[in-house]
Design a protein around this ligand. Structure first.
Ligand SMILES: *Cc1c(COP(=O)(O)O)cnc(C)c1O
Length: 363
């Protein structure tokens, strides 16, 4: 926590706004809106997953529809497709950013259109905080008139050609889960291009109550709005977001500098005009065996590291889903490792981690 979260939470208690509405909800939305440049509209919700689900709702994705989704991601990017009874089709990554490959995306779209199944939406992800190639993805999306949902759950504070991640596409989503760069313990946000769409999202997230003195419902509702107590934590966290980004980027720079002598370890560089919050520092090693040796060497000293996300097209739950892949994400899953990346790591912690890594046999 940054320090002033408690003040906003106390205000919620003092004013008795213990509900999924109130001054902190409005204040947190305003803070996010301004951080993102002021042009977009923000609805704070109960989670990032709920935000993706509502984006699919707003796009009328329904039973039997197909949705293109980045394969190299966390399962929450894709699960809401199943909630809608729709079918995910997974797209592999390119190796410059580890995110959705524009080439494979276009191949998939052409192929699906040929089979008379035009996809209803594209879900692209700024994984580990690194922006995806938004210009290329957006150009393809525009050409075939398919809306894009930008999963920015891991990329709050990242930007692309100076434009904040979360605002690059038709819908953006953020997560404030406990593991993210800022947190409300659990929470998320949906970012839209119009006030009308934001209002619709808030309507859906508060049980779709029609305008009447009694409770009247003409569409299915959800209970997805953020609590005013948690929004208080969010307001405090907004004051330290840039500090958090700076700490995460320092982690990355430290690891890169102090592990650069090992030719078997490489780091994902930022392409020109891509700014990553470096949510997690990830390395790619020369082999699965070496990756495991590094992981187990750290574990012996009670330090957790973790393989990169297992691609969705390899997950048991999605075994029947179609995919357009070329081996890129499978290779990253095989050889990649997330290093300890907390914002509160100090130089001694980082030195200790690097020191232990350097003891890995065969490195
Ligand atoms: C965390 C995360 C989500 C889901 O956010 P929650 O707030 O945990 O529901 C979605 N996509 C990605 C890529 C994530 O890392």
């Amino acid at each position: 926590m940054g320090g002033s979260e408690q003040k906003f939470v106390n205000e919620a208690f003092a004013t008795n706004w213990i509900a999924p509405l109130g001054p902190n909800v409005d204040g947190f939305e305003n803070d996010i809106k301004h951080y993102l440049g002021g042009n977009d509209h923000v609805a704070v919700l109960s989670s990032g997953t709920a935000s993706i689900h509502l984006a699919l709702q707003l796009l009328n994705v329904s039973h039997g529809d197909e949705v293109l989704c980045q394969s190299f991601t966390f399962s929450a990017s894709a699960n809401p497709i199943l909630y809608q009874g729709a079918k995910p089709i997974f797209i592999d990554s390119e190796s410059d950013t580890w995110n959705m490959s524009p080439e494979l995306l276009e191949i998939a779209i052409k192929d699906r259109i040929e089979k008379h199944k035009k996809p209803k939406a594209i879900i692209a992800v700024h994984l580990y905080g690194m922006p995806y190639k938004a210009n290329e993805i957006n150009a393809i999306a525009k050409k075939y008139e398919i809306p894009v949902i930008e999963d920015s759950a891991e990329a709050f504070g990242s930007s692309y050609f100076n434009q904040p991640c979360g605002t690059l596409s038709d819908f953006g989503i953020l997560s404030f889960n406990g593991n993210k760069i800022i947190t409300t313990s659990g929470g998320g946000a949906l970012i839209t291009k119009s006030k009308n769409l934001k209002d619709k999202a808030v309507f859906l997230s508060t049980q779709s109550r029609d305008n009447a003195p009694h409770y009247e419902h003409s569409s299915v509702g959800f209970n997805y709005r953020m609590s005013n107590v948690l929004a208080g934590i969010g307001r405090g966290q907004m004051e330290v977001l840039d500090d958090r980004v700076a700490s995460r980027r320092q982690n990355f720079e430290f690891y890169k500098k102090n592990l650069s002598q090992y030719s078997q370890i490489s780091f994902l560089e930022e392409p020109k005009n891509f700014f990553s919050n470096r949510w997690l520092t990830c390395i790619e090693t020369s082999s699965y065996e070496l990756r495991e040796q590094i992981r187990l060497t750290l574990l012996e000293d009670n330090i957790e590291s973790r393989p990169l996300w297992k691609p969705m097209h390899m997950q048991p739950i999605f075994k029947d889903s179609m995919h357009y892949t070329d081996g890129t994400s499978e290779k990253l899953f095989d050889k990649g490792l997330c290093l300890p990346s907390g914002s509160n790591l100090n130089e001694n912690d980082l030195k200790r981690i690097v020191n232990i890594i350097s003891k890995t046999p065969n490195l």
